[in-house]
Design a binder for this molecule. Structure first.
Ligand code: KIV
Length: 291
């Protein structure tokens, strides 16, 4: 299903930059140049995760400038316990559907665990699949100093890269889920990681679960934008996992997240209303019936 005429992510960038990433108008895709210009203007911007065409089309129409097809799809869409089992084949299908559902947002595709850790050449092969098969405009991968060679080769090959440091969920088995960068040594490492990904050519960096003061320092020091999740208010941009933000995630959402609606309750009510009408014979009514 094509929800909109879907220009590829390499759509003409010769038209004027949108005035603002969020709330700005434009008939072309947001590019990494628009993202850089927003940092220069001191403009904050929102990013959301998306895993399917319909949800992506809603966010695109709402003006969300950057959509991340995160490997959080593992827990939020595919029913895995963590992001670790997600495959590149799965990411390619999800990313292609998000690209098809959007016409303005920059779509960033996550490289899943195992698709880039072997080295730069493996990373390039994996990133090319997301660019060529899915049509994403950029990819994201986890790791600071440890991933800088991968980032460099991708950028040299013409693939914009969003880096991801602090808590990196693909390393959950080694790291656990806890705030990163606490204490002098860890803070210095985080700063080194941030500079390494910038030097390698990343166009933005996600800071996940980092103390706000440290995230603010990283944001001041870097000329590329920081995208915070559990990293305080001083980051240039913020990202939330859509199922948390919409209230679909069962149980308690993480402390750094905010539930803007309770879709789980709304969907439960709708499902029960439908089921009650089927059982009671009220649906389908005459207007839903053909003769
Ligand atoms: O996979 C994902 O959704 C992410 C965000 C939490 C940044 O990496």
């Amino acid at each position: 299903m094509t929800l909109q005429a879907a220009p590829t992510q390499s759509a003409d960038s010769s038209t004027a930059h949108p005035k603002a990433l969020y709330g700005g108008k434009g008939t072309r895709r947001i590019t990494v140049h628009d993202i850089a210009a927003a940092k220069e203007r001191g403009e904050k911007w929102p990013m959301l995760t998306a895993y399917d065409a319909m949800t992506a089309s809603v966010f695109d129409e709402a003006g969300i400038p950057v959509l991340l097809v995160g490997d959080s799809a593992g827990n939020c869409h595919l029913g895995y316990e963590t992001t670790v089992p997600v495959t590149l084949d799965e990411m390619a299908v999800l990313a292609a559907s998000v690209v098809r559902g959007t016409s303005r947002a920059l779509v960033v595709g996550d490289l899943p665990f195992g698709s880039y850790q072997e080295g730069p050449v493996q990373a390039l092969r994996s990133a090319m699949r997301l660019v060529k098969e899915a049509g994403v405009g950029a990819v994201k991968l986890e790791g600071g100093e440890r991933s800088h060679e991968q980032i460099r080769l991708l950028v040299e090959s013409g693939i914009p890269v969003m880096a991801h440091i602090g808590l990196t969920p693909q390393s959950v088995n080694a790291m656990g889920y806890r705030v990163q960068g606490r204490g002098e040594e860890a803070a210095q490492q985080l700063l080194r990681d941030a500079k390494a990904v910038q030097d390698a050519g990343a166009f933005a960096v996600v800071l996940e679960l980092v103390p706000a003061e440290l995230a603010a320092e990283v944001t001041r020091v870097l000329h590329i934008p920081t995208v915070g999740i559990g990293a305080g208010a001083e980051c240039d941009a913020q990202v939330l996992v859509t199922t948390d933000m919409l209230g679909l995630t069962p149980g308690r959402a993480p402390r750094f997240s905010k539930k803007y609606t309770d879709l789980r309750a709304i969907m439960t009510e709708a499902a029960r209303a439908y089921a009650d009408e089927v059982v009671g014979g009220a649906f389908p009514a005459e207007e839903h019936t053909f003769h």
